[in-house]
Design a binder for this molecule. Structure first.
Ligand code: WQD
Length: 323
């Protein structure tokens, strides 16, 4: 297939690009490199340096006769979205409208969208399945949910099939070491821990240890980026095979606490990784884990690389080289 990957130079986008290249697809990456990295680009993929807000450039690119478009070009820092909602409105919402209109105008029949568990907000039951209420707690999650709704309308009115993939906590790196770009100024737990392990950061702040969890720290469902990438390929096969759209969780179904992660990182890296308990971060739920039953049933997808040691080992292999 001929695939356009918007945001394909990013941390997740580069793993998705690698997956489609590995399965023999033709790939064009469109990325503004605002957070994506040139070092994450592959020579086998065509690269167009462009912004989703540059509609003339986007529409010219979309006229490449693509069978599908993968949309991973959104800002994703939940905390930042509550301070600067305008940049999330512009990039995530306006930018997506450009993508949808470019797909409609150029006849791209399928879109796979990088959605997020953030659309669910505070869990009312666990594990969270796709029928769980969607009440996002932050503006980032709101933008993701709104984009899901736009996709529903563009299917109804323009016949564009879609897959909304609700990622839980993305982590890890390519098991074959082919992707080595570091996220810039990460806020997520595992890259923060890796920065402390490699001396790029003095210590890890643990946001609260008084939650109703076994060790008092937050529990999340960490999913390896290669498992996420495999989920994109499976979703595209599903759309091609059934001509139907779907919205599905991609998670490991395993809950790990902050201290579980820190202890594994100390063991695998052999580094002290100083950690300090501080106050809770507003908006953080105690626990958030996925049901991936629907992905198993519809996509035949299950996480293969999302065990704790693989998540930490593949991350450390990259960070130790940059230390
Ligand atoms: C994980 C756990 C923190 C950093 C966010 C977005 C979500 C999705 C994934 C894109 C929590 C604790 C964290 C630190 C800590 N993004 N923590 N110290 O908040 O579960 O989800 O990223 O789709 O939309 O909301 O991920 O990695 O920030 O936090 O103690 O320095 O680690 O409290 O329990 P989160 P996270």
């Amino acid at each position: 297939m001929n695939i356009l990957i918007i945001g394909g130079a990013g941390y997740i986008g580069s793993h998705v690009t690698r997956e489609f290249l590995d399965q023999g697809d033709q790939v064009t990456v469109y990325d503004n490199l605002s957070s994506g990295l040139r070092e994450n680009l592959f020579p086998e993929a065509t690269f167009i340096h462009g912004d989703i807000l540059d509609y003339p450039r986007l529409i010219r690119t979309a006229q490449g006769g693509f069978d599908a478009l993968i949309h991973l070009a959104a800002y994703k820092a939940a905390g930042e979205s509550m301070i600067h909602p305008e940049k999330y409105s512009l990039n995530n919402i306006n930018g997506t409208i450009h993508i949808l209109n470019a797909a409609a105008e150029t006849g791209i029949p399928s879109i796979v969208f990088s959605s997020s568990a953030a659309v669910y907000g505070e869990p009312v039951y666990l594990p969270v399945d796709e029928s769980h209420p969607t009440k996002p707690e932050n503006y980032y999650g709101f933008t993701k949910l709104e984009i899901e709704r736009f996709l529903g309308w563009y299917e109804k009115l323009k016949g564009i099939r879609f897959a909304c993939l609700r990622y839980f906590n993305a982590a890890g790196y390519d098991v074959r070491g082919r992707i080595t770009g570091l996220e810039q100024n990460p806020a997520n737990l595992i890259p923060v821990i890796m920065e402390a392990a490699s001396g790029r950061r003095a210590e890890v702040w643990v946001f609260g240890n008084d939650y109703a969890t076994p060790d008092g720290t937050g529990v999340r469902d960490y999913i390896h980026v290669t498992d996420l990438a495999r989920g994109h390929a499976a979703a595209l096969r599903y759309i091609s095979d059934t001509n139907r759209s779907l919205t599905v969780n991609l998670g490991s179904e395993t809950g790990l606490s902050v201290l579980d992660i820190i202890q594994a990182a100390r063991r695998i890296s052999g580094k002290p990784i100083p950690a300090r308990i501080v106050g809770r971060r507003p908006g953080d739920p105690a626990k958030l884990t996925a049901s991936a039953q629907y992905a198993r049933e519809t996509l035949g997808w299950t996480a293969q690389y999302s065990d704790l040691d693989t998540l930490i080992r593949t991350s450390w292999e990259v960070y130790r080289k940059h230390g």
